[in-house]
Design a protein around this ligand. Structure first.
Ligand SMILES: *[C@@H]1O[C@H](CO)[C@@H](O)[C@H](O)[C@H]1NC(C)=O
Ligand SMILES: *[C@@H]1O[C@H](CO)[C@@H](O)[C@H](O)[C@H]1NC(C)=O
Ligand SMILES: *[C@@H]1O[C@H](CO)[C@@H](O)[C@H](O)[C@H]1NC(C)=O
Ligand SMILES: *[C@@H]1O[C@H](CO)[C@@H](O)[C@H](O)[C@H]1NC(C)=O
Length: 396
């Protein structure tokens, strides 16, 4: 009798547990069913075959993206189409790439500067000729890097005497350097090498690389400078990079930087930002780019007259730049690298790369509130700087 009662008890317990489990599973599968209804299963393969773009730059970028894709790096994907199976970026010594003559459809009718650019587009490394290895031994708060060319002696001198004064400015350390390529006599330039050596000896602020200084090679200057920061000046807190025909209010930069929160300062990239732009298709424009070279629109970018960024952004741009194919317009290229790094430029109204209204140009007080004005001659730089340093300058 006692045994029967025990068996009955076990039976009832097991049944109850079963019913409980059943209810639990039923509830869950009911929920799963509802959930499954919402899942969309693709009817076609969800990947795309990479089809080559008709723009040469775009195609090179597809190759670079493919090579940098960590998935493909570890998986064989069968035979690659020829256009994708190339190593085209050389971080080392560099040779002319004559294949482009056949790969850009209207190559022979392009302006010479495009031919020059395309033949060396894969080259990013050029030896340094003049360096200042110890210039950042004491890491400066602000590094001012000015794009210049050999013949602009007067612009560099005006900058040294004014907004590019190295040393202590408003109790902050500032280092100024000038970034140069080579202007060679084979391009019918006068031989200025002796004067340049003298200048470099005297001021020790010239950085020069062994490549041809030209408008389309400003991007080379950009990538070489990004390398240079990492090797020679990684400790600079902020970097300003700009042209040698701009006036910069260094005091205004330092004041602006002093007001930033630490997070903001870390991710800083500010300038005169251009959005919704794309390549000019008019052959007569300086910025003309043919469809055979690039298709698509430009990411937001800060005008190359001058922009300001942090050490950490410099490091991230340096990494990203290795994943972006050189583009003939340097400020657009920097915008592309920012995008690759998951960053974007921020607009600052104090950067006037398209000048200010004529009626304000000789008003000293206007310059107090600005960070950058383009363009200004050496003489104008000296005039504006003296205005800013007038102790009795009374601006309301
Ligand atoms: C690819 O392989 C390398 C070395 O074997 C490994 O370190 C890396 O994590 C792999 N990447 C992926 C995405 O599997
Ligand atoms: C890439 O091309 C080379 C010959 O240039 C060939 O040996 C190699 O197998 C190709 N790789 C793939 C993945 O197709
Ligand atoms: C100057 O800067 C240093 C450190 O950068 C700081 O310790 C000092 O207080 C500053 N002096 C003035 C007068 O602001
Ligand atoms: C850029 O510099 C390289 C190396 O000096 C030169 O061969 C090439 O023609 C230059 N490109 C342009 C567009 O000037």
């Amino acid at each position: 009798m006692a045994l029967l009662r025990v068996r009955l008890k076990v039976l009832v317990t097991v049944t109850m547990v079963n019913v409980f489990l059943f209810l639990l599973i039923a509830r869950h599968s009911g929920r799963d069913k509802g959930y499954l209804d919402k899942v969309r299963i693709p009817s076609k393969p969800f990947w795309n075959k990479i089809t080559p773009s008709s723009g040469y730059w775009n195609r090179q970028q597809q190759v670079l993206d493919f090579q940098n894709n960590p998935f493909f790096a570890n998986h064989t994907v069968g035979d690659l189409p020829d256009w994708l199976n190339v190593t085209h970026v050389s971080f080392n010594a560099c040779r002319i790439d004559t294949r482009v003559t056949a790969q850009v459809k209207d190559y022979s009718s392009l302006p010479l500067r495009f031919k020059d650019f395309l033949l060396y587009m894969h080259c990013r490394y050029y030896p340094i000729l003049v360096d200042q290895p110890d210039i950042c031994r004491d890491p400066p708060f602000l590094l001012l890097a000015v794009k210049s060319v050999a013949s602009h002696f007067d612009r560099r001198q005006a900058i040294r005497q004014t907004w590019g004064q190295a040393g202590l400015v408003a109790n902050r350390t500032v280092v100024t350097i000038f970034l140069l390529g080579k202007t060679s006599t084979s391009d019918h330039h006068p031989d200025l090498s002796a004067m340049l050596s003298y200048e470099s000896e005297r001021h020790r602020d010239i950085i020069q690389w062994d490549y041809r200084d030209s408008f389309f090679n400003l991007t080379v200057k950009e990538v070489l400078f990004l390398d240079w920061i990492q090797t020679r000046c990684p400790g600079a807190s902020f970097i300003f990079k700009g042209d040698d025909d701009v006036f910069v209010n260094t005091f205004a930069i330092l004041k602006f930087l002093a007001g930033l929160s630490p997070t903001k300062a870390d991710e800083l990239f500010v300038g005169d930002v251009i959005t919704n732009a794309g390549p000019h298709r008019d052959k007569k424009v300086k910025y003309f780019i043919p469809e055979s070279v690039f298709i698509g629109s430009y990411p937001p970018y800060a005008g190359g007259g001058g922009y300001l960024f942090s050490a950490s952004v410099a490091a991230r741009l340096h990494v990203a730049s290795r994943r972006v194919v050189l583009y003939p317009i340097d400020d657009v290229y920097t915008g592309m690298c920012l995008l690759k790094a998951g960053l974007g430029p921020e607009m600052h109204k104090g950067f006037k790369t398209f000048n200010i209204e004529e009626k304000y140009r000789s008003n000293p007080c206007v310059y107090k509130g600005l960070i950058l004005v383009h363009p200004r001659t050496p003489q104008e730089m000296i005039q504006i700087w003296s205005w800013l340093n007038q102790p009795d300058l009374n601006c309301q």
